[in-house]
Design a protein around this ligand. Structure first.
Ligand code: FAD
Length: 282
């Protein structure tokens, strides 16, 4: 099973240290394909992303920086990608990104498809390019069909794979993949998995990114109130079942939104027998 993990650039030195410890532990416990590092739109985490990519390269077998194009100039993106190539990066996650409110600058590219085209034109086949996919539809899409067509366009422009927004309903994922394949987008579409550890944070993220928390899960989580241990135990059960369903159906890989923590991801993989023998949850 191809397993990839997503991290974000930590804000403090202490959090950076904790991230490297988590990443090292995950790498020792799993057969890991790569770790990816998010990038704040408009370059807001540029230095943090660069530094985190460099640090993780020392710990993981491969690192894939996210690159978001909104608000960025063509030359800036060219410099960034040239630097990544020089430091041995061979995979990027190409995104549009979301501009922070009040940030007015449009940049050279309006959509991720333009960035994918640019990376192919400027760097040929130097990078594997992952793009974002939305089984439950991107929140700004004009329609589900329109969103699917835009996804297919990213693949036709040169993306070699895709990672989905997280979801808790596997039907949405399977239907999306079938329809994308029917339209000629025949690349691996890796399900993005969000471990559940904190209800209010999950509810906030889900509202913003258009991921649906099914009613029964929402109500169960809300019903636990401040009982974090029960939220975690129930969340682990639900997400383990989801990953089990997906792996049994033969998905081409799994991408975990780790939130920079090792335990929630490891607990799910361990329950499914996908950790290396002998690796322990500490
Ligand atoms: P696009 O593919 O450009 O799509 C955005 C919207 O525009 C969609 O509604 C689409 O239907 C529409 N659209 C696309 N092409 C066209 C067109 N030609 N004409 C008209 N409409 C069009 N954000 C960050 O800022 N940093 C990150 O590191 C980051 N990592 C992510 C990783 C993953 C796996 C995922 C799923 C999302 C990530 N995001 C990140 C969030 C992402 O940037 C937002 O969801 C953003 O709103 C859309 O980015 P996109 O690349 O999907 O955009």
């Amino acid at each position: 099973m191809n397993i990839s993990l997503e991290f974000f650039p930590p804000k403090t030195e202490q959090a950076q240290f904790a991230l490297l410890e988590s990443a090292g532990w995950l790498n020792d416990s799993l057969s890991l394909q790569y770790g990816s590092v998010t990038y704040g739109a408009g370059g807001s985490t540029r230095e943090g992303t660069l530094q985190t990519v460099r640090s993780l390269q020392a710990v993981l077998p491969a690192v894939a920086p996210h690159v978001s194009c909104i608000g960025a100039a063509r030359e800036e993106l060219h410099e960034l990608l040239k630097g990544y190539l020089a430091q041995g990066i061979r995979r990027v996650v190409a995104l549009r990104g979301d501009l922070p409110s009040g940030y007015g600058q449009a940049g050279a590219f309006a959509h991720a498809v333009d960035l994918v085209r640019f990376v192919r034109e400027a760097f040929g086949d130097a990078f594997e390019i992952e793009v974002a996919a939305y089984p439950e539809v991107h929140p700004q899409a004009r329609s589900a069909q329109d969103d699917l067509r835009h996804f297919v366009d990213k693949v036709k422009a040169g993306a070699t794979g895709a990672i989905t927004q997280y979801f808790f309903n596997s039907d949405a994922y399977f239907r999306f993949v079938d329809e994308a394949h029917r339209l000629g987008a025949d690349v691996p579409v890796i399900p993005g998995i969000m471990p559940i550890t904190n209800y209010s944070q999950l509810a906030r993220f889900s509202d913003a990114c258009g991921a649906e928390i099914p009613r029964w899960i929402r109500l169960r989580l809300a019903g636990y109130g401040d009982d974090l241990a029960s939220i975690r135990a129930f969340g682990e059960e639900v997400v383990t079942d989801l990953v089990d369903q997906l792996t049994q159906a033969g998905v081409p890989g799994i991408h975990f939104y780790t939130m920079n923590r090792a335990e929630p991801t490891l607990a799910i993989l361990k329950a499914l027998g996908l950790t290396r023998p002998g690796s322990e949850i500490q």
